[in-house]
Design a protein around this ligand. Structure first.
Ligand code: NOJ
Length: 748
């Protein structure tokens, strides 16, 4: 039996380094020493064991591997470094107990897809992105980490930072939408939230930036599909959120299922070795996606798992999730001189370092504390925080004649629709089934709590997808008795998510029929759309006076929607992704190039993006979202200079005034266009924004500072550069609602 005293090794190094005065460095050096010392005691088989991750027994989130053998025995033999999909301290303890029976007692990592909440479910990430509120997004991740870590989990497979320009792609719900700047800020916020005060804190979980890289650009929006992309787009659009996650200190990366320009991401040297571990200097470890090492056989990139293991490890994939290619082949690959032990050492060291940083060697059970699990979950403050971020995620798309907020004096409201009394559906895809529904509040329940004297009559009307009109009569009868109709329509949780790409993203026909029937009653109709992706609902958009896009808001959705309907919260959400008019317009995004024939208007045929059967514009643009109040952008002494030198900043200011009757928040957006550049720059790029709360009649000066970073871009050698010349600054309420604009010159 080998006994290692980690604490003594640590103290000796720490003492040595403290003499030189740098505590952080001292801690890192001390960990490096511990890792080296442990590695020196490990057999090759034990090192390979650290590179192996198995699914537990809660639920498989990928194709189940056949002939799995006895996992607990394998853990006891030191053949497993991490597991996923095991939840709850009691359960997790049995697995850690097994690891403690292995020769070197190396603790396991416990990973889980904690995507938008653990016990309390928060809005889906695309919904949260609509809040443009980094503090709230960080807090949501913080709470998820607090709950998950109290349940024994120490690693979340989040944030997903894939840019998505295609709402047919089911996983669009998991990310922050289409914009690299907004996506980067959100990646940072979520990493900070998950990792809290840093690895080693008892309530921090390791975050994982995924899926590296370009998974969001799967051709046709078909999940797992190939990606064909120029390097310019890769660097400008798809990589920035990953870099932001890295700069925020993300502990791990997950690679992706797709091939990128003919090379599977899992076996991609350029992505993992050249960029991630090379140019960017990432020190954490890379986990494969589920089975993606073995899937290189299906790609046709390697002939068997033996080759797959060789290619993946050499390309920089450190841990094998569920394909068993590493555990079954790496020893032989070393014996055959195909893989140097140094590569296995490097991967094992990266993984062990994280285990040390998390304090797992000091106490393998530190996250496995049943008492803490009982008290840390589901606290009233955290439930309140979930309600707050949920209402911040709602986007007001339309509000004719100020139908909203609803008056407290209404006698009767008909609450109609297949999602009007839905609870678990509001949690959406990637929510964990541990909630047992006790936190979940439906729209109807939320409204009941705030309705006061108003009578609510509920009728479901129809189901989400089948074609039965049986419930229509009740819905019409309810509507006829009401002053206003509030409808909840949209998607079921299994309609958007992993492996849930759709060619038709329209509101299901039966639900549109129900809306038409409600409209035919002549009563004012408010529609709330609950979904994981941008849907297409043109008839509703054209004919219904008030529309709220609520996404899937999570456990507190019903309370949050009632807050907005009754005006206890004035909606402030802005769309983080473009909503198309039809699937045929996809991909459609705001930061496109101008082309040689830029569109002059909506129906200009000889110009680009004109389809003869559609206007050029999208249904709703990136950055769009209304408020119950109105904001005026007053063009005051506008900017500090017209020529800016390389190392200077240029201050741009204006006055924002709340000209309406309600207090409200406006997300003021700043876009920049480089008017002449080589290579080309988009017609607009979001570069900064502010979310500003103003009381009715209140004005405030808003100042943006433009610096060189905001004007830089990648040249054809993927170097970040700026080019002197004219730039256009656009400030507005949405990408298609620019209120102020100016040009300035960047001079050398
Ligand atoms: C496959 C998904 O692509 C990935 O995002 C997830 O983390 C793993 N399965 C584990 O569930």
């Amino acid at each position: 039996m080998i006994k290692i005293n980690w604490k003594v090794i640590g103290m000796l190094t720490l003492a040595g380094c403290l003499v030189t005065g740098n505590k952080a460095l001292a801690q890192q050096d001390s960990i490096d020493l511990k890792v080296e010392s442990l590695l020196g005691k490990m057999t090759l088989a034990e090192k390979i064991g650290q590179l192996n991750q198995y699914n537990g027994d809660w639920e498989a989130t990928g194709p189940v591997t056949k002939d799995v053998g006895n996992k607990i025995n394998e853990i006891k033999q030191g053949r497993v470094g991490a597991v996923l999909n095991i939840m709850g301290t009691t359960h997790i303890r049995t697995f850690q107990d097994a690891a403690m029976q292995s020769r070197l007692k190396i603790p396991l990592l416990f990973g889980q897809d904690v995507i938008h909440g653990y016990r309390i479910t928060f809005p889906i990430p695309l919904g949260e992105a609509s809040s443009w509120d980094m503090k709230a997004i960080e807090q949501s991740a913080r709470i998820a980490a607090t709950e998950a870590s109290a349940s024994g989990i120490n690693w979340t497979f989040a944030p997903m930072v894939d840019i998505a320009r295609d709402p047919r792609w089911g996983r669009v719900m998991e990310g922050a939408g289409e914009d690299p700047y907004l996506g980067s800020l959100i990646a940072t916020a979520r990493v900070k939230g998950f990792q809290g005060n840093g690895l080693g804190s008892i309530d921090a979980v390791m975050a994982c930036a995924k899926h590296f890289a370009a998974y969001g650009a799967a051709i046709g929006g078909r999940d797992y599909n190939s990606v064909d992309m120029g390097l310019h787009t890769l660097w400008e659009i798809y990589l920035p959120p990953f870099k932001a996650a890295l700069d925020a200190g993300v502990a791990t990366f997950m690679n992706s299922f797709n091939d990128l320009n003919g090379i599977p991401a899992t076996g991609n040297n350029y992505l993992q070795r050249d960029i991630l571990k090379g140019k960017w200097g990432f020190k954490g470890f890379v986990v494969s996606d589920w089975g993606s090492i073995g899937e290189m056989i299906n790609h046709g990139y390697v002939k068997d798992n033996y080759e797959a293991a060789e290619v993946a490890l050499k390309a920089g994939s450190d841990m094998d999730m569920e394909s068993r290619s590493y555990i079954n082949n790496l020893s032989k690959l070393v014996a055959d001189n195909k893989v140097p032990v140094s590569l296995i050492d490097d991967a094992a060291k990266r993984i062990l370092r994280k285990k040390f940083e998390m304090g797992l060697f000091d106490d393998p059970y530190r996250f496995i504390n049943a008492k803490r699990e009982k008290t840390a979950l589901n606290t009233p403050e955290n439930i309140e925080a979930a309600r707050d971020i949920a209402r911040k995620s709602i986007v007001l798309l339309k509000n004719e004649h100020q139908l909203l907020p609803l008056s407290k004096d209404l006698k009767t409201i008909a609450v109609i629709g297949p999602l009007a009394n839905a609870k678990k559906e509001l949690k959406g895809f990637w929510s964990l089934e541990i909630d047992k529904n006790e936190n979940n509040v439906s729209l109807l329940e939320g409204m009941q709590k705030q309705a006061g004297q108003t009578k609510l009559i509920y009728a479901q009307g129809c189901n989400i997808t089948d074609n039965s009109r049986v419930g229509f009569a009740d819905a019409i009868a309810a509507a006829q008795k009401a002053d206003v109709i509030v409808m909840a329509v949209g998607e079921a949780p299994d309609m958007t998510g992993e492996a849930k790409s759709k060619s038709n993203i329209r509101l299901p026909d039966i639900q549109e029929q129900l809306i038409k029937e409600m409209k035919a009653t002549g009563k004012p109709v408010v529609v709330l759309l609950m979904a994981g992706r941008p849907m297409i609902f043109n008839w509703t958009a054209d004919n219904v006076p008030a529309i709220l896009y609520t996404w899937w808001l999570g456990s507190q959705g019903g309370n949050a929607m009632a807050d907005v309907l009754y005006g206890n919260y004035n909606p402030s959400g802005k769309l983080p992704i473009t909503f198309p008019r039809s699937e045929g317009q996809i991909p459609i995004y705001y930061n496109h190039y101008n082309t040689g024939r830029p569109a002059q208007g909506d129906n200009d045929l000889y110009y680009k993006s004109a389809y003869i059967d559609l206007p050029n514009s999208p249904r709703y643009a990136f950055g769009y979202g209304l408020s119950y109040t109105t904001f005026e952008y007053q063009d005051d002494p506008f900017y500090s200079k017209i020529a800016m030198k390389d190392n200077q900043t240029l201050a741009i200011s204006f006055v924002l005034k709340n000209t309406g009757k309600y207090a409200g928040e406006e997300v003021v957006q700043l876009y920049i266009r480089d008017l002449v550049s080589q290579p080309l720059r988009p017609v607009k790029e979001l570069k900064d924004f502010r979310k500003i709360l103003l009381q009715p009649g209140e004005s405030r000066r808003v100042t943006f500072n433009i610096n060189k970073n905001m004007l830089s871009f990648y040249n054809d050698k993927q170097e970040l550069i700026t080019q002197p010349g004219d730039f256009q600054v656009m400030i507005g309420s949405a990408s298609n609602d620019i209120r102020l604009q100016r040009t300035f010159e960047l001079v050398n």
